[in-house]
Design a binder for this molecule. Structure first.
Ligand SMILES: Nc1ncnc2c1ncn2[C@@H]1O[C@H](COP(=O)(O)OP(=O)(O)OP(=O)(O)O)[C@@H](O)[C@H]1O
Ligand SMILES: [Mg+2]
Length: 333
């Protein structure tokens, strides 16, 4: 089924993701898809947690850390600043500690703990995850296009619920340590009973959010995950491996998009041997792709004469990927 058809036929798939190894075209396809859906009258948010700010690059506009920014009618883009989210986290934890225990300042040991916890990758991942949860549960858009970071991370993200669990375990441990402070404080205040276990109920709330969101993002009904591949040996192999892992995580794959296909039609022209060889080599790998991914290939996208940045190029690519018929490219062969 063509890419266009697979999206039109499944309006319930409101979360669209392009995954794949670094530099294959995930951001490019995310932007083009967002553009196309917006042009069809849907409200679309394309977002990323990539610190490289590649959406800023492709839209030629600095949107990093600025929330959802309207690019054109119906098309919004957002780049999450994960570091800022971590700082917000830290401040929240500090404020809670101050509020709950009536300290004037956060005790040194706890401050150290907060600093150390923030340096952990799990903390960064969970800050990112939290930001993504906020974005998708807000429900303000018809479509959410998640411009993923390269594959390794995407896989990590899929096991995020687990990462989050680990983080919660850490907080629970902190909670136990805090209990000692709590007892000390109440002794000082001569209070017998300590307050309700606020932190614990907070943790339960977080856990509820994780469950809700990981359901959204791995929901077979609502999520469309496309793999981006290019006609190269290593990429085909790696993609196969990744696809295996995805099925282990129960993430359904909506299709594969082959990018950077040098048009075979060129062979009929007077072209240098160099290019001729490249096209011949590519032909082998195209065969392999057809054999490996078969009718799951949703689109073939040609190698363009320049990189895809700025609205005119995005529009052109959207036409190639989603143009409805007269186009010779962009459709499965
Ligand atoms: N079909 C194409 N023709 C020409 N240039 C392309 C094509 N597809 C992608 N590019 C260019 O290739 C570069 C990498 O693309 P892109 O940033 O979309 O990859 P990515 O998968 O998002 O990378 P990363 O893994 O770093 O996030 C960009 O400069 C983009 O403009
Ligand atoms: Mg990218």
């Amino acid at each position: 089924m063509s890419l266009r058809q697979s999206i039109i036929d499944h309006p319930e798939r409101r979360y669209i993701m392009f995954g794949g190894k670094g530099g294959l075209g995930k951001t490019t396809f995310s932007a083009a898809t967002a553009y196309w859906l917006a042009s069809r009258g849907h409200r679309v948010l394309v977002f990323s947690v990539d610190p490289q700010a590649s959406l800023s690059d492709i839209f030629e506009r600095d949107i990093f850390g600025q929330g959802a920014v309207e690019i054109t009618h119906n098309l919004w883009a957002q780049e999450v600043d994960a570091d800022r989210h971590i700082r917000v986290y830290q401040d929240e934890i500090r404020r809670k500690i101050l509020d709950m225990y009536g300290f004037d300042s956060v005790p040194e040991e706890i401050e150290q703990y907060i600093q150390a916890a923030s340096a952990e990758p799990a903390m960064e991942e969970s800050a990112i995850f939290d930001a993504v949860v906020d974005i998708v549960v807000s429900g303000k858009f018809d479509y959410y296009i998640y411009d993923l970071v390269p594959l390794g991370h995407a896989l990590y993200y899929l096991s995020m619920a687990k990462v989050y669990d680990e983080w919660i375990n850490k907080i629970t441990k902190l909670r136990e340590e805090m209990r000692e402070y709590e007892e000390m404080v109440s002794r000082l205040k001569r209070e017998k009973d300590t307050q309700e276990d606020q932190i614990l109920s907070e943790l339960q709330y977080i856990r509820g959010r994780i469950n809700a969101s990981s359901q959204i993002l791995t929901d077979k009904e609502k999520t469309a995950f496309y793999f981006v591949v290019i006609p190269e040996k290593m990429i085909i192999l790696d993609t196969q491996k990744a696809a295996g892992l995805f099925s282990a995580f129960n993430v359904p794959i909506a299709g594969y998009i082959v990018n950077r296909v040098v048009p075979e039609e060129l062979l009929g022209q007077n072209i240098p041997a160099y290019l001729r060889h490249r096209i011949e080599m590519q032909k082998n790998y195209m065969g392999e792709i057809r054999q490996t991914f078969g009718d799951q290939v949703s689109a073939y996208v040609p190698e363009l004469e320049r990189d895809v940045t700025g609205m005119p190029m995005i529009e052109r690519l959207a036409e190639i990927m989603y143009g409805d018929g007269n186009g010779r490219t962009g459709r499965p062969r």
